[in-house]
Design a protein around this ligand. Structure first.
Ligand code: ADE
Length: 415
């Protein structure tokens, strides 16, 4: 079996991590149990580009248990957990990913996945889908799923120009995905990344969060929970207003740059923190990013503004300015939660990946009839996943009576 990972000797440690994740992903366990006899993915080859983590491993094993053939690459040069990648290969899944791969290696790995002639794709950030649509392989692909906000934006733009070669389901947009993974997952894992890289005390720090979408909101909430004074920067007036009414300070980055002690970008946009901002920062400021791509911090400007640099801790580079001030960059400006920590916890990825599993299942049934556009997942799927998650937590909820249901539908019953 063709593959490329860092070191197969790490497989034992990887298997233990996967076992840990599996025990915390009860919705995935249910799906696996439900579909492992019928094997609805038999005859389907699923090619993926997604962070190679213990949670992703649970998704891949579940797809294989349901009959799929799977071939995988990472979706970020710094997010692969090498022990997990080794365990997957040992378990018979071809993986092309290792921590610290170059941009060239990264695209080489995507091409290995496409060479395997997948009939379904799973993507996180849309690099694989964009690549597939530029080759003559697109015609063999029945459909794809996209995991993240940035990827969905890219694919909607592509569909708008008529360049999408197959239908894509926006898994990101499921309520059981983005209201949980993007908020609580990103909130916790980003703080985890900052803490593992720096071991700073969060309490009392001025914490600047750029972007108040789902991810930014999660980070702001969790930083406040640990005692930080949180400042939010935004370009969208509605989101800015939400941040104000959630109790955060809101101001332009030019102003926040002079106050902040920890900066984290979560916008999906480029050039959020640039030269003037770096030049205005206090001594000891920490800067990092949790958006999908490493474009939010303009690192060329930081290099240009500084006089010297050195690696002072794992995942932490110290830049010294001509006047002696020091700025600390985490995880090379890449996703701090995956590069400096382990990504979102298993419990929340359980719902995200249940959405992936069910979206892929729907593509096997209906993919050939869908237009080459970005499609939303069904309300039914969302509700089913939420119900399974609640059940696994042993939490019961009420149900509407028939009388209540009729009341809801009767426009005549007002005052
Ligand atoms: N994205 C964020 N956290 C993740 C995780 N734990 N596994 C896969 N993708 C992720």
């Amino acid at each position: 079996m063709d593959h490329k990972v860092k070191d197969l000797a790490l497989a034992g440690a990887g298997s233990l991590k996967i076992e840990w994740a599996e025990a915390r992903m009860p919705v995935m366990a249910q799906l696996r149990q439900q579909y492992s006899d019928a094997k609805p993915f038999e005859g389907w080859r699923i090619g993926g580009s997604m962070h190679v983590t213990k949670e992703t491993a649970v998704l891949l094993r579940s797809l294989v248990a349901a009959g799929a053939e799977v071939v995988w690459s990472g979706c970020n040069p710094l997010s692969t957990q090498d022990d997990v990648a080794a365990a997957l290969v040992k378990g018979g899944i071809p993986v092309f990913a290792w921590h610290g791969m170059s941009r060239e290696d990264y695209y080489w790995a995507l091409d290995r996945v496409l060479e395997a002639r997948p009939t379904l794709l799973v993507d996180d950030g849309a690099d694989l889908i964009v690549r597939a649509c530029s080759t003559d392989r697109a015609g063999e692909i029945v459909g794809a799923t996209e995991e993240t906000t940035t990827g969905v934006h890219r694919l909607e733009a592509m569909a708008g120009e008529g360049k999408l070669g197959f239908p894509v389901i926006a898994v990101n947009n499921a309520e059981t995905k983005w209201d949980f993974d993007n908020v609580y997952g990103t909130g916790q894992s980003s703080l985890d990344g900052i803490l593992r890289a720096t071991n700073l005390l969060i309490a009392g720090k001025h914490f600047v969060v750029a972007g108040y979408g789902h991810c930014g909101r999660g980070v702001a909430m969790r930083a406040r929970g640990m005692g930080a004074n949180v400042i939010v920067t935004e370009v969208d007036p509605i989101r800015a207003l939400k941040a104000v009414m959630d109790g955060f300070s809101v101001m332009p980055m030019a102003q926040a740059a002079r106050i902040g002690e920890v900066f984290i970008t979560a916008t999906g946009m480029k050039d959020i923190v640039t030269g003037d901002h770096f030049r205005a920062m206090r001594d000891g400021a920490v800067v990092c990013n949790t958006g999908h791509y490493d474009v939010e911090l303009r690192l060329g400007d930081l290099e240009a503004a500084s006089e010297s640099r050195r690696e002072i801790r794992d995942n932490t580079i110290e830049y010294t300015m001509p006047d002696g001030r020091r700025i600390y960059l985490l995880a090379q400006g890449r996703l701090v939660n995956l590069a400096a920590a382990e990504g979102h916890p298993s419990e929340v990825m359980d719902m995200s990946f249940a959405n992936q599993f069910m979206a892929l299942l729907s593509l096997t049934r209906e993919g050939r009839g869908l237009e080459d556009l970005v499609h939303q997942i069904s309300r039914d799927q969302d509700e089913r996943i939420a119900a399974l998650k609640l059940q696994s937590m042993m939490i019961g909820i009420d149900a509407l009576s028939e009388k209540q249901r009729r009341y809801f539908e009767d426009f005549g019953s007002g005052t």
